[in-house]
Design a protein around this ligand. Structure first.
Ligand code: ZN
Length: 221
């Protein structure tokens, strides 16, 4: 993965990619030249995807050896008690995993960070998940009280040779979770999902290529 408009910092590439409008689920809406996804869907643009994923797939996979970084600005507001647990998810997955379910967090070939109501901490918390298992969770806001809103920023480091995906709290510039044994033997695609449109507004905006700076925490690793 190396293209003309990528930005390179040392040995790390900030790839130039967007969200692929042809992969969007009808419950989601794409704006801002393919950079912003919301959960206010109902799009009648005519795309009928076979996949069940309630979100969208990036325009380029992580398919070549290397280190890559991108960020996502997150905003959500709760306006009614949540009916489903999940508000958003951001991650990577094999393409075919998006055909199976509304989320890839239950997959052997999906690695995600998401916000969800949580049975452990009883809040809406930031969670990393793989293969149905919660790896780390950290409270974001009290549980689904109407009017609560949250601004966050997540960074995703991909290191294919080290078989890792590192989730950064990009607002606090701290490491949130390090996935090990990530299987990059097949291309992994960036995935973005937004949920719970009846009870919350959710917005994800990607920061890629020239719109992102690799945080120094990365180089200290
Ligand atoms: Zn929790």
């Amino acid at each position: 993965m190396c293209h003309h408009n990528d930005r390179v910092y040392g040995d790390c590439v900030c790839p130039n990619f967007a969200m692929d409008g042809s992969t969007i689920h009808e419950t989601n809406l794409l704006m801002n030249c393919g950079k912003t996804l919301t959960n206010c869907g109902g799009s009648t643009a005519g795309h009928k995807r076979s996949g069940k994923y309630h979100g969208i797939i990036g325009t380029r996979p992580f398919a070549t050896p290397g280190k890559f970084y991108f960020e996502v600005d997150i905003k959500f507001t709760i306006y009614r008690r949540l009916q489903d647990k999940l508000l958003f998810e951001i991650g990577v997955a094999r393409r075919e995993e998006t055909e199976r379910n509304h989320t890839v967090s239950g997959s052997k070939y999906g690695w995600v960070v998401c916000a969800s109501t949580c049975s452990f901490c009883k809040t809406i918390c930031l969670q990393t998940l793989h293969n149905r298992k919660v790896k780390r969770h950290k409270p974001l806001i009290p549980k689904s009280d109407p009017g609560n809103s949250c601004l966050a920023k997540v960074g995703i480091f991909i290191d294919t040779r080290a078989h890792q995906m590192v989730v950064i709290d990009a607002k606090q510039k701290s490491l949130f979770y390090r996935f090990k044994n990530v299987d990059y033997s097949q291309p992994l695609w960036p995935v973005f999902g937004t949920y719970n449109s009846g009870c919350a507004s959710v917005k994800l905006t990607t920061r890629t290529a020239r719109d992102v700076l690799v945080p120094s925490i990365y180089f200290k690793e």
